[in-house]
Design a protein around this ligand. Sequence first.
Ligand code: PDD
Length: 276
Amino acid sequence: EYVILDQQLIPKSEASINFDDRGYYFGDGIYEVVKIYNGQPFAMEMHLDRFRSSSEKLDIAFPMSNEQLSELLMSLLQKNSIDNGLIYFQITRGVEPRNHLYTRQSAPVLTAFTQATKDVATPQEKGLTVWLTDDIRWLRCDIKTINLLGNVLVKREAADHHCHEAILNRDGIMTEGSSSNLFLVKDNVLYTHPATNLILNGITRQLVIKLAKENNYSVVEEPFPVEVLEHADEAFITSSSVEIAPITAVKGQLTTVFDIGPVTLHLQKKFAEILP
Ligand code: PDD
């Protein structure tokens, strides 16, 4: 199995990270996860654009062009013969003696790996249960940073309550999942949090909104309170890894159940049609 380290393809067993990498000390870096279908990365351009936008928001100067990065990532896919799975890539701000104050002198360190899809039951078909809890993250959730403590703590909390995903509210307003975006359906209208600093504007989210509009559903991108969950007809989460996954039950701060409904199924069908 090969990985990318600093623009080189090397066997994973030979890869080692510098002790003074700021990613290790501060979680000072950004990442993307791109799904691979039949050897083809899905929506790579959108992911590369968001990668660049995250790096700019964090004042990390990343010298590679989208084309160069995309070519390098493709060479890793081919080297590892990945047909279906994902590619993960990240940059950290680079290597410097530990100091909160960064100098702008360090060179970003790029790493990437691939993962083949395992043969497990897919949440797309069976749906999943979610744990409703507080959004304990910082106020720049629009940046896809590797600093994910708030996300990993609520994911563990969800799993400890036998739920697949945590869905989060900030002061009573629903934001998103720990690693996904959240949609509700009521009377054939879709509701989701607007793309502000309080959520990650998911690539899958953006594609689902586009598909929904093309298929004559209204989409309301406005903040909605927790209680609305109880009145929704359907609910689902979206992400590169789970695509569109129906929510069948909510537990935690509020308890409710959903059927896997016609709008979710319709959007899943339309989504499958745009995959490579
Ligand atoms: N997570 N919101 C958060 C907080 C996320 O971490 C993710 C993705 C999403 C969905 O984004 P997209 O549709 O672009 O994948 C929303 C990835 C898959 C991860 O961390 O593994």
